[in-house]
Design a protein around this ligand. Structure first.
Ligand code: PLP
Length: 454
């Protein structure tokens, strides 16, 4: 590993030429290094740390560089290209707009925006009556924080208590980081909002009875902070699964949480940034819990490539802020709206959700077979649909983060991109448009990488 994350020393690797992958240069590509070095000099380092490659184009589930190498993409560019890179529907709609041309309208209306929001509302759960479009996921979680608090104020609650979870991630802006469950990530703020609370996450390997665990965590919070849920608590913010390891809550835990929220008039928000738009084999990941959230925050896979984030909720909740008080410059941009519209059509009309569910079953079966062959290193496979996290731990349960770095780098050298988390997990999330043949090839590569790395 170099200061920028992975080694930037080009090495001779095995040449690869299959139907889906080509590696015909040293890796990293020698010509890419001066370009990367230039970028590191002129761009803030907080943007860096990724595998050293320079993307030139991407098509469906493959990524190309300009030197003839082709990678099979098991990242969807971090859960974004769910409908496939350069999805044809999306490209066609974007080209139509470019030909008009219409690139921006600020908050003036466009037919693209009206048509998209109408389609979105029509195809999501009944309680979602209005939407609010933004550019980044962190804006959507911030907006949900505000909506939950405004709703609490309307009910006469004296404190804007929001309950979040340790280990969760909700974005990098200030409110989102306050809700995030990692203390080092928010130390820069200098204080913690006293009305943002965190419960311990119910890791399935740590707890026995999810309902009891929820009740004891809540009881502890109420006692420690002397809170009256009728007056002091407005809502819950849940990341549908913990991002680093695709760890879902036990269903009974979420059911108990829902019961508590209803009892005390609290809202439930799901942050579906990674889980949404077909990734888990359902349109939204929360569907697996059989609960109905009050507010939904989405982004990433909502457009398969353009900066789109969405907040959904009832008329009553969504109209709590005054006219004009929550717009932002680029929200509901027409390009983004047509991309979002066609992306959702691709999910619903081109069978991408079914593909995620059906291929997901094979995906998980194959990954579990691999787990059974490497029990001393590969401890769990989490996730569902075309989402998987491979959790590497030794026999004493110690995290094997270094091994994950090695496997990710080896996969890169063999023409497969996986999500490197920097932790004891490797995440896999191919575009939902991937074929079974390509998916199986990628899984074989993973097994080779594990074998060569342990
Ligand atoms: C669960 C979750 N919430 C929020 C965010 C923030 O989204 P964005 O990076 O678009 O601001 C992310 C991004 O990784 C995420 O995974």
């Amino acid at each position: 590993m170099s200061g920028n994350g992975f080694s930037h020393q080009p090495i001779k690797v095995e040449k690869i030429k299959t139907k889906y992958r080509t590696i015909n240069t040293k890796i990293p590509v020698p010509e890419s290094i001066p370009m990367l070095d230039k970028m590191y000099k002129i761009e803030a380092q907080a943007m860096h740390g990724q595998l050293p490659m320079i993307w030139d184009r991407a098509d469906n589930f493959q990524i190309y560089d300009r030197w003839g190498n082709v990678w099979l993409d098991f990242t969807s560019t971090i859960f974004v290209a769910n409908a496939g890179h350069g999805n044809k529907r999306i490209l066609k709609a974007l080209k139509g707009l470019l030909n008009k041309p219409l690139l921006h309208t600020y908050t003036f209306a466009s037919s693209e925006r009206i048509d998209y929001i109408e389609y979105l509302i029509k195809n999501t759960s009944r309680q979602f009556e209005k939407a609010f479009l933004l550019s980044a996921g962190t804006e959507a979680t911030e907006a949900a924080l505000k909506l939950m608090r405004l709703n609490g104020q309307k009910q006469g609650k004296s404190r804007g208590g929001i309950i979040c979870f340790n280990g969760a991630y909700h974005g990098r802006s200030m409110g989102a980081q306050m809700m995030t469950g990692s203390i080092p990530a928010k130390e820069w703020i200098g204080y913690q909002d006293p009305n943002i609370h965190h419960l311990n996450f119910p890791y399935p390997w740590e707890i026995e009875n999810p309902k009891d665990f929820f009740e004891s965590e809540i009881e502890k919070l109420l006692t420690d902070k002397n809170l009256d849920p009728n007056k002091d608590l407005c809502g819950f913010m849940l990341e549908t699964f913990q991002g680093w390891g695709a760890v879902f809550y036990p269903k009974k835990f979420v059911k108990a949480l829902e019961e508590f929220a209803k009892k005390y008039d609290m809202l439930i928000t799901f942050d579906e940034m990674q889980a949404g738009f077909g990734r888990t084999g359902a349109l939204f990941g929360y569907e697996h819990y059989e609960v109905e959230p009050d507010i939904l925050c989405c982004g990433k896979g909502a457009s398969s490539g353009l900066p789109l984030a969405i907040v959904l909720g009832s008329k009553e909740i969504m109209d709590l802020p005054n006219i004009g008080s929550m717009s932002s410059t680029h929200s509901a941009n027409p390009l983004v709206c047509v991309a979002g519209h066609q992306n959702l059509k691709a999910m619903l009309e081109d069978g991408l959700i079914e593909n995620s569910k059906n291929l997901g079953n094979i995906f998980h079966q194959k990954l579990n077979d691999i787990k059974n062959r490497y029990p001393k290193h590969l401890k769990y496979i989490f996730g569902t649909g075309l989402l998987a996290a491979l959790i590497f731990m030794d026999e004493n349960g110690e995290p094997l983060s270094g091994l994950c770095d090695k496997i990710s780098e080896k996969a890169f050298q063999k023409g497969l991109l996986v999500v490197h988390t920097g932790r004891e997990s490797i995440k896999l999330a191919p575009p939902l448009s991937i074929t079974e043949e390509a998916m199986l090839e990628g899984i074989d590569v993973i097994e080779q990488c594990i074998k060569e790395s342990i």
